[in-house]
Write a protein that binds this ligand. Structure first.
Ligand code: S3P
Length: 175
């Protein structure tokens, strides 16, 4: 049986679009933890950050991820900071094969700024904030990922196929 797939990585790495493609390739249900948070709370991510701050947002994120442990047949796309709490890192590893999607910092930055809706980048110097957050998170992504996939030079459509191939190789090595 196909394992679950858990996509982690910084804002703008393409978790949702690759996740949707992986979901069509595998037949697994696509689950986006940010979407679940919005649904659970009945308000936008930005509104949660405004009213409850980052910690309030992280509390909801932790509950949503914990609820997914034990659910089969999913491709899970996580928010970029979902790896910050130890409880989440444990939950994600239990949920499935953890894939770190990465790209060159400049590519991530441009994509992350495009929506204009990411609360953590609404600062006086978004590039500075971005660099600081990225630097502080890289080793965490690396520690919990089963593998890293650099999509900087890969066409979007190819990314999901290549991620699936690599995940299946890992799965078969594990037996
Ligand atoms: C966050 C990333 C966002 C969202 C929230 C916090 C982060 O998700 O969860 O704004 O801490 O990096 P994306 O990675 O999908 O942008």
């Amino acid at each position: 049986m196909l394992p679950n797939f858990v996509l982690i990585g910084f804002m703008g790495c393409g978790k949702s679009s690759v996740g949707r493609r992986l979901s069509s390739l595998t037949g697994h249900r696509f689950v986006d933890s940010d979407d679940l948070i919005v649904k659970t709370e009945g308000r936008s991510i930005a509104a949660i950050f405004d009213a409850s701050g980052e910690e309030g947002f992280r509390d909801v994120e932790q509950r949503v991820l914990a609820d997914l442990v034990g659910v089969a047949g999913i491709v899970l796309s996580t928010g970029g900071g979902a790896i910050l709490r130890e409880a989440n890192r444990e939950a994600l590893k239990k949920i499935g094969i953890v894939v770190w999607l990465d790209s060159a910092p400049q590519v991530l930055f441009e994509r992350a700024m495009r929506s204009g809706k990411r609360p953590l980048l609404q600062t006086g110097n978004p590039r500075d904030t971005f660099d600081r957050l990225l630097t502080s998170r890289l080793s965490i992504y690396e520690t919990i990922a089963d593998f890293r996939f650099d999509s900087s030079h890969v066409e979007q459509d190819e990314v999901a196929k290549k991620v699936l191939d690599q995940a299946m190789r890992i799965q078969s090595q594990r037996g």
